[in-house]
Design a protein around this ligand. Sequence first.
Ligand code: ATP
Length: 361
Amino acid sequence: MTDQKPLVRIEGLSKHFGETVALDNLTLDIAQGEFVTFLGPSGCGKSTTLRILGGFERPTHGRVILDGEDVTNQPPEKRHVNMVFQDYALFPHMTVAQNISFGLELKGMGKADIKRRLQEIMAFLELDSYAGRYPVQLSGGQRQRVALARALAPDPALLLLDEPLGALDAKLRGQVQQELKSIQRRTNKTFFFVTHDQEEALTMSDRIVVMNKGRVEQDGTPEELYFRPASRFVAEFIGETNLLSGWMRGTEGDKVVMDWEGTALKGKAPAGIPAEGKPITASVRLEKLGFHADRPQTANAVQGRVVGKTFLGSRMAMQIAVGDKDEPILKAYVDAETGQSVGSDPIWIGWEADHMAVLND
Ligand code: ATP
């Protein structure tokens, strides 16, 4: 598999709008069949990348290679790429079947072929019974499926999805996420998905590219980003975390030892080992902290007090003060029913070195 050519190669892509650098020397490969998500805050360059891939925008520098061919200067209709928009962009005066056929007609496909492809895609996406309906007669989820059917109908090599679930309410969004993921698996199409919603990215993607100010902050699987964030930005942007600010003390085997609130803590080392005495930050997820009556055997252990709690339904977030301070500086999840009580009794908090990532700031 490793010697396989990427479906998409993005080479040194930059885009300047006057003084604004929307994209800054972006380079990455996307393999055939991958579900890649571009994730990042507003203005980080996600949509600009997507528009360049779609041919709606020309880069200031760099190239886009699709299936071995340089398509940087090709217009959208010449590329083997299609797009699903957040607002679906369905034609209101056309039925579901007409909406899906439209793109095929534009491609110059013959009537018989259009009919065959239409039936195939409507059956695949279970839209048969809606063929004669107009968009206004469909639910948000159904409209989304029609938009997807229309985009998939011409069999594009690459499908671009620009926050396609943004208009759906939270419950329906969860369902459509599963559906979209399953369609991607079944078609083995390459999906380039853009969102600012980290939960959505974690749920659906094979790979997430976290963007910040036009640059790649980290590129990895959802698990890598969540458990091994490379920077403070990624640790904070993806899920909730504890950020511990301390000082570099040294290394022990493959672990970094840091001073934090008067205690030596061990964590996984970042890519470049910081110099001794340097200020460093570590990230440990809330669900990785355990409560103990006595000092636990874990690599890291601190004594503290529970000073507050927040009920979150399936779990409780506990706020913990450490040492003789009153301010909470750690947060931990516990079971909402059986969890810890707030009080002045000292407790021990423990976590393993493998569950704490020392970050490159
Ligand atoms: P959002 O999540 O809000 O859509 P984004 O990550 O998709 O944000 P982009 O739309 O790619 O961000 O924009 C990146 C930067 O480029 C922003 O600072 C934006 O203001 C700027 N920008 C984008 N399009 C243009 C344009 N046509 N003219 C001028 N500046 C632009």
